[in-house]
Write a protein that binds this ligand. Structure first.
Ligand SMILES: [Zn+2]
Ligand SMILES: [Zn+2]
Length: 290
């Protein structure tokens, strides 16, 4: 019944030409604003009157609280309160070590809170990131480490002793500043040891900034997809259903067998079966290859 709806055009129409408020002190608008302009003809208004570092930061001088998604939501709510614009964007990232400590993974979420429609849409990506740390008492070893972690394009943070010391040196983005900070921290440390790590704030970490752009792409593709049942924007992948049958014995494995798409407003959901694989590698089967 009714007129047939095209999810793509419905989604675009919802936000075409709109204005969005983004809370950031770390220049995230550089990645986000051009994408909103291109995908939606929409503008992004920067809200920088609130120190987002007080919400928790990577550099551990302010303790983090709540989950990453809650932090992104909080920033989006603050963007709305501070700007008076009913569409707020909040971004939050985290880093976790990868297998064997070779790479780290960067989870980025970008959340839209839409007060007019009473909905929330989140884009997310999990991609390799640049996060590394080490303890140094020797300038030559520190310079080798710094080059490894892409210094000076990627900045570093220094502390005397260890990662718990509060006498932090931030915004170290050239070799002279690194040398000065190293000498200061050496003299502050009873053992002459300096803890050095990647600065993970977006404007100091270009790899992370790129990942924020990818999370923005994911958010936009969700905003552009309308629910087939109620036409609300934000219809998108909500979870993977596991249980792809084993190619040998047919028992369910931990590989995914379908993607579940959900509406952010109504109960409508669609389970879309996996198309690239019909059965799982027996190596992933708990019975054939325990
Ligand atoms: Zn099996
Ligand atoms: Zn719906």
């Amino acid at each position: 019944m009714g007129i047939e709806k095209n999810p793509e055009t419905e989604g675009r129409a919802s936000y075409a030409g709109a204005s969005f408020a983004l809370l950031t002190m770390h220049a995230k608008e550089r990645e986000i604003a051009p994408r909103f302009e291109q995908a939606l003809g929409a503008s992004v208004t920067l809200v920088d009157s609130f120190d987002t570092d007080t919400l928790g930061s990577f550099t551990r001088d302010v303790p983090r609280f709540g989950s990453q998604l809650d932090a992104a939501r909080r920033k989006a709510e603050l963007a709305i309160e501070l700007s008076g614009i009913p569409l707020g964007l909040g971004s939050e990232g985290s880093f976790a070590p990868g297998p064997f400590g070779l790479v780290s993974f960067n989870l980025e979420v970008l959340t839209l809170i839409d007060r007019q429609r009473g909905l929330e849409i989140t884009g997310a990506v999990r991609l390799p990131g640049h996060h590394s740390s080490g303890s140094f008492d020797d300038w030559d070893k520190l310079t080798a480490f710094a080059e490894d972690i892409k210094f000076p394009s990627h900045a570093v943070v220094l502390r005397p002793n260890d990662e718990h010391d509060l006498r932090i040196r931030k915004d170290i983005a050239d070799w002279d500043a690194l040398h000065t900070a190293f000498q200061e921290c050496v003299s502050l440390s009873e053992r002459g040891i300096v803890f050095v790590e990647s600065d993970l704030r977006a404007h100091r970490n270009p790899s992370r900034m790129q990942n924020i752009g990818a999370a923005c792409d994911d958010l936009l593709s969700r905003m552009l997809c309308a629910c087939p049942a109620c036409a609300a924007p934000g219809f998108g992948l909500a979870r993977y259903e596991i249980g792809l049958p084993c190619a040998w014995c047919g028992e369910p494995t931990n590989d995914w067998k379908a993607q579940e798409f959900r509406c952010v407003i109504c109960p409508h959901l669609e389970s879309r079966p996996r198309t690239d694989l019909k059965t799982a590698d027996p190596a992933h089967c708990p019975f054939c290859n325990p």
